[in-house]
Design a binder for this molecule. Structure first.
Ligand code: NAD
Length: 354
């Protein structure tokens, strides 16, 4: 019999499948919208133009200036354009940065968002938003920012460069791994998390040989959806806090930090979350969760050291201090000395150790 739990489902509509981008018109129509503002990064204007063509008269305009961490000025400019155009919905095509811009518009205006993710970040199925003002990123949760509809079309991910494919999938795996030992977890989330890790991990080796393989791209995106759903439902622990600190204070690339830190954060928690580790190990087909993740990263040629992704060694002490300043739930209590040692191993690219 499971322990008592609370399960809060989020109301998003998921449309999944190769070629499903073609359904954008009817999905916007189903929301009752007639004037969609399309959002993308400067690098993805080509994909946004495809959306505009498919929307026809339901396209009201394009805002092609999404960027990392949603600067407040960019959000203001996009909100103003939405107002000027009389937009009644926003369509965000891209990774977490573009989805994040859509959320910033929704937070302010309540406009419904249709997300068309092209990475594995998972933001499209979470009510979590982030906004950066004067270099400081603030995050929060608000039901209004959760995209109403998500179109997952694996064909759109075939252009994702291999290194980003791998690190973005590790970012996804990290959501599911921490969801398995969340203090507010539940049995449904455990099912999604294990299956999400399995699908992402199994998809990556074939993509090394053939980055456009549609079956593997579908598996990875399916896994990313499950892992993102976990992130949206339950609280994250040590791993996400460390990544947030390292990304925010040392400006390290988001998905790469996740890739380097995950095996070490899991090793730290191993003895305190045996059931979660059993789920992760089973999903990887490995004997040990932390080692399994580390070896998968090595096999895929992913970054495995903080040194390799631009972390200054002199910053490790401050990172350890920051990691223990605001307490949060985590299976193993936060011990500064042990976390400092964890960061050193991650910096050196050493194998994970408890
Ligand atoms: P990203 O959105 O910043 O994209 C990185 C680059 O890759 C961009 O130039 C983008 O245009 C390009 N790109 C994206 N998909 C592509 C494709 N298929 N082909 C070619 N190029 C493509 O990267 P990301 O890792 O998806 O998102 C990171 C951001 O998302 C961070 O700011 C992070 O904090 C946020 N995030 C938020 C949540 C949440 O729940 N709120 C969850 C995960 C990540």
């Amino acid at each position: 019999m499971p322990a008592p739990f609370v399960y809060q489902a989020h109301a998003s509509r998921i449309v999944f499948g190769a070629g499903s981008l073609a359904q954008i018109g009817q999905e916007v129509k189903a929301l009752g919208a007639t004037r969609a503002l399309v959002l993308c990064t400067p690098e993805q204007v080509h994909s946004a133009q495809q959306v505009i063509d498919l929307l026809g008269s339901r396209a009201a305009g394009l805002f092609p200036k999404a960027q990392m961490h949603v600067p407040l000025e960019t959000a203001r400019e996009a909100r103003e354009l939405a107002r000027r155009l009389g937009a009644d919905c926003a369509v965000a095509i891209g990774g977490g940065s573009t989805t994040g811009l859509g959320k910033a518009i929704a937070l302010d205006s309540g406009l419904p968002i249709v997300a068309i993710p092209t990475t594995y970040a998972g933001s499209e199925v979470t009510p979590i938003y982030g906004l950066t003002d004067g270099g400081i990123k603030k995050t929060g949760r608000d039901a209004r920012v959760l995209p109403r509809t998500v179109i997952y079309d694996p064909e759109l991910t075939t252009t994702l460069p291999l290194r980003m494919t791998v690190t973005s999938a590790f970012n996804a795996i990290a959501h599911a791994a921490e969801g398995l030992y969340a203090h507010d977890g539940n049995p449904v989330i455990d099912l999604m998390a294990e299956e999400g890790i399995r699908a992402c991990a199994a998809a990556l080796p074939p993509l090394l040989d053939e980055p456009t393989a549609l079956q593997a791209r579908s598996d990875a995106l399916y896994g990313a959806w499950l892992c993102g759903t976990v992130l949206g439902q339950v609280a994250m622990g040590l791993h996400h806090k460390l990544c947030h600190t390292l990304g925010g204070s040392f400006n390290l690339p988001h998905a790469e930090v996740h890739t380097v830190i995950l095996p070490h954060a899991l090793a730290y928690n191993t003895a305190h979350a045996p059931q979660a580790m059993a789920h992760i190990a089973r999903a990887l087909g490995a004997a040990d969760a932390a080692r399994g993740i580390f070896e998968l990263a090595q096999r895929l040629g992913a970054p495995t050291s903080l040194a390799a992704i631009g972390m200054p060694e002199a910053g490790l002490d401050r990172a350890a201090d920051l990691a223990v300043t605001t307490p949060y739930p985590n299976p193993r209590p936060l011990e500064r000395a042990a976390l400092r040692a964890l960061l050193q191993r991650a910096f050196d690219g050493a194998a994970p150790a408890a």
